[in-house]
Design a protein around this ligand. Structure first.
Ligand code: NAP
Length: 521
């Protein structure tokens, strides 16, 4: 069993008591009392006696990233007192253990029924894997400690795999974690790899190490109780990814469908080589069961290039767009097969056809203004042209619009470029905004300017911006009596297509929509 442990900095007795109660209520099955700055023996004893949860006691010195400035002999005596007063485990740094073999004796001298276990730990805050990681781990493993703990600040996301390898090769219970945004994976998947415990903070402000997830997020957002050895792993690859809504959306969908999967943020540094290194190490990693990826900025083109280089199956439309946002890692035939496609493409088309009650073929009768010629604009132009629509591309930088028109004109619809100043309210039946104009925080901007466009109930206005949910453009459209589609529609549809490709199950679209709406509210 992997424990979920809430670390609590003890500064005040009443506060610490409250935090322990909140940790228990939140679903923790362990607490770590950090008494670096609070060494009042009687108060610590009281806390230890009253705690409803098993408790680790740590008095981390400054030289190991903690706060204790006590002389070593005093710090050790504080720990010895805790060891004799009801601590379940005492945590001592490897360096302390090296200097004072007495620590082991100290815990073993306590009467057997009250004897705490010993965690021997090693922390590395410099942003790099400790060069002697394996030697350190061996030293920990050969110590008299009952539990190994090793924590470092990863240079790249690949360090998480080393943490998993340590867990896979442990000779005794082990905690192996990476810090920071790139290390979140090691915290969430600790249970999958059989760690002794993972840490989760009570609140974001209460984290004792960078990258700690709150216990509420660990339990609900990251499906702690559902994770097991066989759980399939999915995630969003990008940089940055910390604020992505995709984990909330997909994990809620997995929950709703009782699917044994977990979806995590995967911070992969910019550049093709980083993306490639990620794929080459994560896809084959034994025991990870990486089964699908959402791909976001800046890796959509890298993902396509990688799959092409590997000779993997790529949807022809993703090839014509030049980017993809979904990878399926199919392990069903005993080998690993990669497949890539763009779920944005179908999401754009399906949002439009369902709002108009038409089929994709009917789009050939429509004239569409695509505003913007970036990644989303490109996907929209490729999709609409493929269905035979007549497309006018408007873009602030005209050359980009012209290049898009040149590329997609005649495949099979007609595509022309126009200057942004020429954008009017009567030239098309469908207006599709793919620029970031109107996006939070610039919520008072609209690609149509401030005047109320003369649209009618025959006009469809689709804003791909989803934050805010009701953009100024959509408000203008509503006031003019036009039909509207918000960016959430596209966001949910593209995620639903990913879910279905990964799981083979129908996506719980309403659950997904609710999650996004709640997040945005
Ligand atoms: P992108 O590749 O960076 O393209 C940005 C586009 O916006 C370019 O056409 C750019 O014009 C234009 N633009 C930016 N600032 C502008 C301004 N102040 N005035 C006029 N035009 C401006 O970005 P992207 O990935 O395509 O994303 C664009 C938008 O699509 C985002 O805001 C996002 O909300 C939305 N989106 C929605 C979904 C969804 O699921 N709903 C998915 C993806 C994206 P220039 O060429 O002149 O720079």
């Amino acid at each position: 069993m992997t424990h979920l442990c809430v670390p609590i900095f003890v500064n005040d007795l009443a506060e610490a008591r409250r935090d322990i109660a909140l940790a228990a209520e939140g679903g923790a099955d362990f607490v770590e009392l950090r008494i670096d700055r609070f060494t009042n023996h009687d108060a610590v004893v009281e806390l230890l006696r009253q705690s409803p949860l098993p408790r680790i006691v740590t008095c981390r010195p400054k030289w190991e990233g903690g706060y204790s400035e006590l002389p070593e002999s005093e710090r050790l005596s504080v720990l010895a007192n805790a060891a004799q007063s009801g601590a379940t485990y005492i945590d001592v740094e490897l360096e302390t253990y090296r200097r004072h073999q007495v620590i082991a004796e100290m815990t073993h001298k306590t009467p057997r029924e009250r004897r705490p276990g010993l965690i021997v730990s090693s922390h590395h805050f410099l942003r790099t894997r400790p060069p002697n990681l394996l030697a350190l781990f061996e030293e920990l493993s050969n110590s008299e400690g009952d539990i190994n703990k090793i924590v470092w600040n990863p240079l790249t996301i690949r360090d998480n795999l080393e943490a998993f390898e340590l867990l896979q090769h442990r000779g005794k219970p082990t905690i192996a974690l990476c810090m920071g945004e790139a290390g979140i994976l090691s915290r969430i998947l600790a249970k999958k790899f059989g760690a002794f415990l993972t840490f989760a903070s009570l609140t974001s402000a209460g984290a004792t190490a960078p990258g700690q997830v709150t216990i509420a997020d660990m339990k609900r957002l990251y499906r702690w109780d559902a994770i097991g050895k066989e759980t399939k792993v999915y995630g969003v690859v990008g940089s940055p990814v910390a604020h992505s809504m995709s984990p909330a959306l997909h994990n809620a969908a997995f929950d709703q469908s009782a699917f044994n999967g977990i979806y995590v943020p995967l911070l992969v540094n910019e550049g093709y080589e980083s993306f490639k290194a990620f794929m080459e190490t994560f896809v084959p990693f034994d025991g990870l069961h990486l089964s699908g990826l959402s791909v976001t900025i800046p890796h959509k083109e890298n993902a396509l290039r990688y799959l092409q280089e590997k000779g993997a199956e790529v949807e022809p439309l993703a090839l014509s767009i030049g980017a993809l946002n979904t990878i399926v890692v199919d392990r069903s035939q005993g080998t690993v097969n990669l497949r890539g496609f763009s779920s944005d493409y179908a999401a754009i088309l399906d949002s439009i056809t369902s709002a108009l009650g038409i089929s994709r073929e009917n789009l050939a009768e429509y004239r569409v203004a695509v505003i913007g010629a970036g990644g989303t604009g490109r996907t929209a132009v490729a999709a609409l042209a493929h269905c035979g629509a007549t497309v006018v591309v408007y873009n602030r930088t005209f050359d980009r619009a012209a290049a898009l028109a040149l590329e997609f004109n005649g495949k099979s619809g007609k595509v022309v470029a126009a200057k942004m100043e020429k954008l009017c309210d009567s030239c098309c039946q469908i207006y599709l905004n793919t620029t970031s104009v109107g996006m939070h925080p610039n919520v008072n901007a609209s690609p149509m300017g401030d005047a109320l466009p003369k649209w009618t109930s025959d006009t469809l206005v689709f804003d791909t911006v989803y934050n805010p949910m009701r953009t100024k453009l959509l408000e203008q459209a509503q006031a003019a009596g036009a039909k509207t589609i918000g960016g959430i529609e596209m966001f949910v549809r593209q995620a639903a297509a990913q879910f279905e490709a990964w799981t083979g199950k129908p996506a719980p679209v309403e659950t997904m929509r609710k999650v996004v709406e709640q997040k945005l509210k």
